[in-house]
Design a binder for this molecule. Structure first.
Ligand code: UDP
Ligand code: MG
Length: 310
C-alpha cells in the first residue's frame, strides 16, 4: 500500500457524497495504490450508513466506526492505527482541508521529507475565533519546549516511521500536531488556503477547542508550574522591601498601626494567587492520574476494511 488517508467524521452526513468524490478523484491522480480510511466518531446522523454504502461501491474507501464519540484527536489516532500505507495523510471530513494538496505533500515526502504539514494562509472563520487561534499559536510558541510550527493543524502527510513513533506514545492528553513535531526527522510546511466548511456546522465547540489548547500547553510546556515559582520569588522580594519600609517607619517615626487597607488588599490578593497556584498543581496531579490509568484512547466497534491481512 502506497498512500493511506485518514479522515475523522462526526455527523457530516450532508458532506459525504462530496467527500467521497473529491478525495477519490484527488488520490486517483496520485497513485492507484491507495486507501481512504474514514473514522466514524460515533455519529448520530446517517454518516456511517453513507460511508459504508460507498465502501461497498469501492473497496479502497474504508470505514472504521468507534464505539462512541471520542473526539477528533482520538478518531485520527484510531485511523492511524489501522492505516497500512507507506505514506499516511490526515485531513478533516468537512473538506476544509482540500484533498488536492496531498499532491504537494506527496512530492515533498518523495524528496526525502518525513513530514509535510499544511500552514494555513488564511482562515475563513469569524473574527473572534480567528484572533483566538492567532493568539493561541503565538502563546504556545513562546511557552513550548518543543518547537511546534505556527498555524499548522493536523492536515499533513507523514512517513511510515513517523506514524509508528506517534502510535507508540500512548499519551492521554492527545495533541497530535505537538507529538508530530516532537518526533522530529525532516519536516516541511506547505502553505494553503483553508476553505470554508463544505456543509454543516463546526463539530468542535468552544469547550473542546479550549481542551485542545490546554492539552497543547500542559503537554508541551512546563511554564504553568514555572510561573508559580517565579511569582513566589517576586512576592518574596516585594515583601522584603516592604518589611524594610515598615521597620524604618517604626523606628524613625514610632507610628506602627494604621494600614488596614494594605493588610486587607494583601490578604485578598495573595489568597487569589494561592488558589490559582493550587489549581495549576491540581491540573498536573489530575493529568498524572489520567495518564496512569492507561485507558485506551479509542475503541473500534466495527471495521469495514475488506482486507485479508486483518
Ligand atoms: N470531528 C470528530 N469528532 C468530534 C468533532 C469533530 O471526528 O468530536 C471531526 C469532524 O467531523 C471534522 C473534523 O473532525 O471532520 C474537524 O472538525 P470541525 O470542522 O468541527 O473543526 P474545525 O474545522 O472547526 O477546527
Ligand atoms: Mg472544520
Amino acid at each position: 500500500m502506497k498512500i493511506s488517508i485518514v479522515i475523522p467524521v462526526y455527523n457530516e452526513a450532508e458532506g459525504i457524497d462530496e467527500l467521497y468524490r473529491r478525495t477519490m478523484t484527488a488520490l486517483s491522480e496520485l497513485t492507484q495504490d491507495f486507501e481512504i480510511i474514514c473514522v466514524d466518531d460515533g455519529s448520530q446522523d446517517t454518516s456511517l450508513e453513507q460511508l459504508i454504502a460507498y465502501h461497498k461501491k469501492d473497496k479502497r474507501f474504508k470505514v472504521i466506526s468507534l464505539s462512541r464519540n471520542f473526539g477528533h484527536q482520538s478518531a485520527v489516532l484510531a485511523g492511524l492505527s489501522v492505516a497500512k500505507g507507506d505514506y499516511i495523510g490526515v485531513m478533516d471530513g468537512d473538506l476544509q482541508d482540500p484533498p488536492e494538496v496531498f499532491a504537494q505533500f506527496y512530492e515533498q515526502l518523495q524528496q526525502g521529507y518525513d513530514v509535510a504539514y499544511a500552514i494555513r494562509k488564511n482562515r475563513k472563520e469569524g473574527l473572534v475565533k480567528k484572533f483566538a487561534y492567532w493568539l493561541f499559536y503565538r502563546l504556545l510558541d513562546k511557552m513550548a519546549d518543543t518547537k511546534i510550527p505556527l498555524d499548522s493543524g493536523d492536515f499533513c502527510m507523514m512517513s511510515r516511521r513517523v506514524v509508528d513513533k506517534m502510535l507508540s506514545m500512548q499519551e492521554q492528553s492527545l495533541y497530535l500536531r505537538g507529538i508530530r513535531a516532537w518526533v522530529g526527522y525532516k519536516q516541511t510546511g506547505v502553505e494553503y488556503e483553508r476553505a470554508e466548511r463544505f456543509a454543516g456546522e463546526p463539530k468542535y465547540d468552544f469547550k473542546q477547542l479550549f481542551q485542545l489548547a490546554y492539552n497543547g500547553m500542559f503537554s508541551f510546556s512546563s511554564l504553568p508550574v514555572r510561573v508559580m515559582r517565579r511569582l513566589g520569588y517576586l512576592t518574596l522580594t516585594f515583601s522584603f522591601l516592604y518589611a524594610l519600609k515598615i521597620l524604618i517607619f517604626y523606628f524613625l517615626y514610632q507610628d506602627a498601626p494604621r494600614g488596614f487597607t494594605t493588610l486587607a488588599l494583601a490578604i485578598i490578593f495573595f489568597s487569589g494567587v494561592q488558589l490559582i497556584s493550587i489549581g495549576v498543581l491540581g491540573e498536573y496531579v489530575y493529568r498524572t492520574y489520567n495518564e496512569s490509568r492507561q485507558r485506551p484512547l479509542f475503541i473500534i466497534k466495527d471495521r469495514f476494511l475488506n482486507d485479508d491481512m486483518r
